[in-house]
Design a protein around this ligand. Structure first.
Ligand code: IMP
Length: 176
């Protein structure tokens, strides 16, 4: 397999994550009860960098959903594999997701979080694919808009590979 072609450089990611963290810190400065909910596995690096750049108190939770498996073709089905462990009732939830493609996963997760009766639910997404217009879902904090290519790195994988690249790169899923 060829090395992924750089789409978003490490520098550009770090700059954007810092900007998003500043905006989130300002927006939540008066609330004091922010819970960042990372969606496993893809958001783990974005969540780590974003949370470390905040200047406000926050706690961290994780949830896990079923993914497309080892294929790059969406199945459409979303299933909750692991819910939050802590009590998030009355808190300000920020869902942290790596990528939105059709938007089905994020829409489903917003519903799951709302069922816990938090004070608010917002979303932070690192990259949005061009297809996301298909589902009506609000992204409150967005890193980058991209095309419909399959991307890897900075938490994102293809068949569990390339998650720890410091940049976001494009791969051809048929080139194996
Ligand atoms: P959606 O439900 O169609 O928005 O799909 C979102 C999920 O698909 C993400 O949480 C990822 O797990 C996966 N996904 C979609 N596109 C990519 C990609 O280009 N690289 C890696 N994972 C992706």
């Amino acid at each position: 397999m060829h090395a992924p072609e750089v789409l978003i450089s490490e520098d550009d990611i770090q700059k954007r994550v810092t900007e998003l963290a500043q905006k989130i810190s300002a927006d939540y400065s008066d609330t004091g009860d922010l819970v960042m909910v990372g969606v496993l596995k893809g958001s783990f690096i974005f969540l780590a960098d974003l949370s470390r750049n905040l200047s406000i108190p926050r706690t961290i939770e994780f949830i896990a959903v079923s993914s497309y498996g080892d294929s790059s073709a969406p199945s459409g089905a979303v299933r909750l594999v692991m819910d939050v462990r802590g009590n998030i009732e009355g808190k300000d939830v920020l869902i942290v997701e790596d990528i939105v493609d059709t938007g089905h996963t994020l829409k489903y997760l917003i519903g799951i979080m709302k069922s816990h009766r938090p004070a608010s639910v917002k979303t932070a997404v690192l990259v949005r694919k061009a297809d996301s217009a298909k589902v009506d879902v609000t992204i409150d904090y967005l890193g980058f808009d991209i095309g419909n290519e399959w991307v890897v790195g900075y938490g994102l994988d293809f068949a569990e590979q390339n998650r720890t690249l410091p940049y976001i790169g494009i791969i051809d899923p048929t080139d194996r």
